[in-house]
Design a binder for this molecule. Sequence first.
Ligand code: DGP
Length: 114
Amino acid sequence: MSDTIFSRILSGEIPSTCVYSDDEFYAFRDINPAAPTHVLLIPRKPIPKITDITEADAALIGRMFLVANKIATKEGIAEKGFRYVINCGEWGGQTVFHLHLHIIGGRPMSWPPG
Ligand code: DGP
């Protein structure tokens, strides 16, 4: 279940550009950036999809957004505005089944997404 590209990034087997790391989370630059800033923030806990979280994960997910806000500020995108995206499942465009938050900014974002 935890054998995804991101578990291999977490183990160091696949190299990545680290943006943030602590005992619960890791953040790195997306290999295929959708904007000048595109960071992926993942919990070290291998939760496949956002719909798999339970009550036991509530505080973890809260802390994930606190970390994301710190990253957005450090990346210099918080003031102008940016976008958080969590894709869920096939129709949601999820390709890697290890929960991840896209932190995307550095240019104006269009809405709705395609
Ligand atoms: P999603 O479609 O929401 O599952 O997003 C997966 C993202 O992961 C996608 O934007 C590309 C990125 N990605 C896939 N493989 C790698 C990799 O090996 N390294 C890095 N840095 N990013 C990857």
